[in-house]
Ligand binder design. Structure first.
Ligand SMILES: [Zn+2]
Length: 427
């Protein structure tokens, strides 16, 4: 996409690392966001619009029930030209830059704000977004509040050398004694709500183990492996430089393009439809399965868990679409053997999610309900790591997209926690 060219141009003069300190901050002031009806194949129309330097924010499957639609951001200089095309388009945002500003400044966080060392941090964590370093401290503080039933874990390191960190929680049988529930957030850098919701689930698991029999039961039955940010380089880059960055920050030889889409870099279906072999694409798969260091680290963890007691449930957390994605994403023509059980669990979870705020979540095999995506994590977990439920969940919302106002962090966590409770009761 054209806008990426600006970034590449700037980094071409830098050395390999750290590019995050060198790039000018990307401004989205005056960008308008539209929801466009494609009346045909969305991908074709999006590529026609490339001349207008549009940013493809999301698109639905060409065969989806309501017809294909997609959301794009149009730079201020090209708004008039876009509107002259007279497409069926609805304005979602009159100024994307203003939306980004409205996300507010990051909240302060310090362990010293806890009443006592070993207390859980307060729920004010979910009132705003936070710097990456604060997330690391927050995970350590969660772990410290649950010392006998948790440990901090790492699953390899990112391209720029940051460890992929997380928390492992267990119940009364001790660690590594039960099948795994494996969650990871922020595979895609700009999807900030995902790490917050994954942290909210972790928080509620720890709180609930005190006196909530459902939580006690699930923690006594499964080992939880929770990694809220598995694309730390990209996440940091969205905080310092480009709020809408998606991929990791991997540099390759023979191209100035940066970044691999970690969620197209897995072995199952690698290189198929809905992924790109072009390093400048937002869905660049890499050149070989697992050649992004972040994917490689997650593969090692997944295979460890598969070999130990198996993976019961994997959820790769994304935004935004409000849909529970089952396998498969790489094909619309094949389905997991236990599809009926998966659909029943997803239907119950979606109904529970709607409880607190009437937020509607769709569900079904990813290729069918959203779009084809080859080389994604959930298909890998299903076919190559034996996960009984290999899922992706796309969180809120349908208006603000990636730039979800901080007032929606807690409600998003609350409704998803209701969905998780349904799952805990019905796994
Ligand atoms: Zn995503």
């Amino acid at each position: 996409m054209m806008f990426l060219g600006i970034v590449y141009f700037l980094v071409a003069f830098g050395t390999a690392v750290p590019t995050t300190q060198r790039d000018a901050k990307v401004s989205y002031d005056g960008y308008k966001v539209y929801k466009v009806a494609a009346h045909g194949d969305a991908a074709d129309l999006i590529s026609e619009l490339d001349a207008l330097s549009i940013i493809d924010l999301s698109h639905s499957h060409a065969g989806s029930e309501n017809g294909a639609t997609f959301n794009i951001a149009v730079p201020p200089d090209n708004v008039a030209a876009f509107e002259a095309l007279n497409l069926s388009a609805e304005i979602l945002s009159g100024d994307l830059g203003a939306d980004i500003a409205a996300e507010g400044s990051f909240g302060e966080y310090s362990s010293t704000l806890r009443a006592n060392s070993g207390d859980l941090p307060s729920l004010t964590w979910f009132d705003s977004y936070h710097a990456y370093e604060d997330h690391i401290q927050y995970w350590a503080d969660l772990q410290a509040a649950f010392p006998d039933n948790s440990e901090l874990i790492e699953a390899g390191t990112s391209f720029e050398g940051r460890p992929l960190q997380g928390i492992h929680l267990w119940g009364s049988s001790g660690k590594d004694s039960k099948p795994a529930i494996f969650f990871n957030g922020n595979v895609h850098a700009r999807e900030w709500i995902t790490s917050k919701v994954v942290e909210y689930i972790t928080y509620q698991l720890i709180v609930g183990y005190e006196n909530d029999t459902l939580v006690q039961s699930v923690l006594d039955s499964y080992d939880f492996y929770i990694l809220p940010v598995v694309n730390p380089d990209g996440f940091v880059y969205t905080q310092t430089t480009d709020r809408l960055w998606r991929k990791n920050r991997q540099i390759r030889t023979n191209t100035t393009a940066i970044g691999t889409d970690i969620n197209r870099n897995w072995a199952v279906g690698f290189g198929g439809g809905g992924s790109s072999s072009d390093p400048s694409s937002g869905t660049f798969s890499g050149y070989a399965p697992g050649d992004a260091p972040e994917t490689a680290g997650l593969i090692v963890l997944a295979q460890e868990l598969a070999g130990r007691h198996g993976i019961k449930l994997y959820v790769d957390w994304h935004s935004y679409a409000q849909v529970i994605l089952l396998s498969y994403g790489y094909t619309c023509d094949a389905f997991p053997a236990n599809l009926e059980a998966q659909l029943a669990l997803a239907a119950g979870a979606a109904a529970a999610i709607a409880g607190p705020y009437n937020t509607t979540f769709d569900y079904g095999p990813g290729c069918v309900v959203l779009y084809q995506s080859s080389g994604n994590g959930r298909d890998y977990m299903t076919d190559a790591a034996g996960a009984e439920y290999g899922w992706g969940i796309e969180l809120r919302d349908t208006r603000y997209g990636f730039v979800l106002p901080p007032e929606q962090i807690l409600p998003s966590g609350e409704e998803i926690w209701e969905g998780m409770r349904y799952i805990w009761a019905n796994l």
